[in-house]
Design a protein around this ligand. Structure first.
Ligand SMILES: Cc1cc2nc3c(=O)[nH]c(=O)nc-3n(C[C@H](O)[C@H](O)[C@H](O)COP(=O)(O)OP(=O)(O)OC[C@H]3O[C@@H](n4cnc5c(N)ncnc54)[C@H](O)[C@@H]3O)c2cc1C
Length: 574
């Protein structure tokens, strides 16, 4: 059951307390509460997702990104690599976490990504082959809302129709644009080969986007893992508006630090309560929230904690380090077509018609987000070697660059019909940190994503621009494109670099701030079984444990880490 007020909670003693009802937290809550003997409490700082129309209608995703109550409204510190700009780093403040406000893109990443997880942790359980069944446990493949023939748009052998969270191809909302994108793969098959399915473990090529959408509505960890068939379990309680400030009641078990519970308040300045956890506390508060709770509980770099007057219970200098996010920047063109997103957003009549269609049948343009296709590009090894760079990717089947295609322009305001591509540097070498500068747990942490501090990241971005400019030279685009919004044709490398540094923003894939490492590694925050190093009965299950960001979007990897993480918990307490 979901509660809004602590006074309504039947009690404050549970077997498991999960901090954060986000993407990962709700998976873990669902899976642990499959055992009716385990009582589970989820404490979520944010608001209910119930009836939040911007989180239900896929097309309204952009509205969620404005500062609002569904957001923690974080911004990074000024980024030297972005010529001193600071950029928004949204994190969800709503049940379902980022799955309830993200771009819904469903990409698993490459097999190499997970094989690298396995290699650095020394645990083959994190390899692609061993995780693959968890992707299937998570995914419920769903037909697109227009029920068009999807043969040739994905590979059914890679998908599951029996998992929990809906994934689908979109309806064919933008046929003219889509035709040009697909014809590119026929006209330039060497540079831009067609890719039947980007979730095979070898994402190289250009294909149709898959999204966490079912029946024309966003599918989130709240709508799926806490769906009606689960949330009525008597042993599963969720409390909203409950921000955990710190772990409390420290103790020791076999020489390891333990905590008896967590302290939380329903809103800053409200009374504090303690929820007790007889078996485990699981931190699933995301790459920012989890780190913040650790620091305020005295787990982190001793010198930094002492400087803030926080007594250190566990000196773990890696907490908050290794923060990794992917920079994205955009290229746009005005086009000779009215079949664009701009045509809808700038025409009230059309907007109202399309919204009415969605309300009637959950079909039409509002049943999907803005992007239609994604391309995944790998630079050859020689390119890195001849420029004295080390290849930062996970392996030979991993892309360095993602190019997303949208029949609209999200970034540069233009009243004309336009299209755009988003270019993502997928495996950045740059690292940042999430730290705190106050002993008040309700103050915002300090987020530094370290964007473009490593020259190789700028180099990859620059190579990507050249490739994308080449893509739009394919014959199919010639009568369709009118002009670039910013003309980068034949520009020097310096000009391209400045374009990247002046326009890149976050792809919102912050991860790695409480990274897993091998059992005996001298760095890292959690062991391969996701238990905090030096602690007992305290686990972290969310995107903060990624040792490296995956070469794609991060929600499917987070789901899969949560599915396996839940199994690790169940294994401990079986
Ligand atoms: C705007 C945006 C767009 C994105 N688009 C995509 C996309 O299209 N595809 C994709 O694959 N990935 C996307 N991502 C990334 C992906 O959604 C995240 O990496 C992933 O969902 C993170 O999951 P998580 O469980 O680690 O954290 P979250 O889902 O953020 O969950 C953390 C939860 O903990 C709560 N919390 C935090 N602190 C506390 C506390 N102290 N006490 C109690 N509760 C707390 C938060 O409110 C939140 O609900 C996007 C992310 C963002 C922000």
């Amino acid at each position: 059951k979901i509660y809004e007020d602590v006074a309504q909670l039947p009690g404050l003693s549970y077997d498991f307390v999960i901090v954060g009802g986000g993407t990962a937290g709700n998976v873990v809550a669902n899976r642990i509460s499959e055992n009716p003997k385990f009582s589970v409490l989820v404490l979520e700082a944010g608001v209910s997702n119930e009836g939040v129309i911007d989180s239900i209608v896929p097309f309204f995703v952009e509205d969620l990104l404005q500062p609002n109550i569904y957001e923690w409204n974080y911004t990074t510190v000024p980024q030297p690599g972005l010529n001193g700009r600071n950029v928004a780093n949204p994190r969800a403040h709503i049940l379902g976490g980022c799955s309830a406000h993200n771009g819904m893109v469903y990409t698993r990443g490459s097999a190499d990504d997970y094989n690298r997880f396995a290699a650095v942790t020394g645990d083959a359980g994190w390899s692609w082959d061993r995780l693959f069944p968890y992707f299937l446990k998570n995914e419920r493949w769903t037909p697109p809302v227009d029920h068009h023939d999807t043969r040739g748009e994905y590979n059914p052998a890679l998908h599951s129709t029996t998992g929990i969270n809906s994934v689908s191809l979109s309806a064919l909302n933008w046929p003219i644009f889509s035709q040009h994108v697909i014809e590119t793969t026929q006209e330039l098959p060497d540079e831009w080969p067609f890719l039947l399915d980007m979730n095979s473990g070898k994402p190289l090529g250009l294909g149709w986007q898959q999204s966490t959408i079912g029946g024309g509505m966003r599918s989130t960890s709240a709508t799926s893992y806490l769906g009606p068939e689960f949330i009525n379990r008597p042993n599963l309680h969720v409390l909203l508006h409950a921000q955990v400030s710190k772990l409390v009641d420290p103790g020791s078990e076999n020489g390891k630090l333990t905590f008896g519970g967590v302290q939380f308040a329903q809103g800053s300045g409200g009374a504090f309560f303690t929820a007790k956890a007889a078996k485990e506390i699981i931190l699933s508060a995301g790459s920012v929230g989890t780190v913040s709770v650790l620091f305020h509980s005295g787990i982190g770099d001793q010198a930094a904690l002492t400087a803030l007057g926080i007594p250190t219970l566990l000196n773990l200098p890696s907490v908050g380090q290794n923060a990794t996010d992917q920079p994205v920047f955009h290229l746009g063109w005005t086009v000779n077509s009215t079949q664009t997103l701009n045509a809808i957003t700038q025409n009230t009549t059309l907007f109202n018609e399309d919204y009415a269609q969605w309300n009637r049948s959950h079909t039409g343009p509002f049943s999907a987000g803005g992007t239609t296709h994604l391309a995944w590009v790998r630079l050859d090894a020689q390119t890195f070697a001849s420029n004295n760079f080390t290849d930062p990717s996970a392996g030979p089947n991993s892309p360095h660059i993602e190019v997303s295609f949208a029949p609209g322009n999200f970034v540069t305001p233009t009243s004309s019909n336009s299209i755009s591509t988003g270019i993502v540097v997928l495996s950045p070498a740059s690292r940042g940190s999430v730290t705190i500068n106050s002993s008040n747990p309700f103050d915002s942490p300090v987020i530094d994503v370290g964007f473009l501090e490593s020259e190789v990241d700028v180099f990859i971005g620059r190579e990507a621009i050249k490739k994308v400019l080449g893509l739009f030279k394919a014959p199919t685009w010639q009568d369709y494109l009118i002009a670039p919004i910013t003309d980068l044709e034949d520009m020097s490398d310096d000009v391209l670099d400045e374009y990247i540094r002046n326009t890149a923003v976050s792809a919102f894939h912050l991860s790695g701030t409480a990274a897993m490492s091998a059992e005996n590694a001298g760095y890292g925050v959690v062991d391969p079984d996701l238990i905090v190093k030096g602690a007992s009965r305290l686990r972290i299950i969310d995107a903060s444990v990624f040792p490296f960001v995956t070469s794609g979007h991060t929600q499917a990897p987070t789901y899969v880490i949560a599915e396996r993480g839940a199994d690790l918990v169940k294994e401990t307490w079986k």
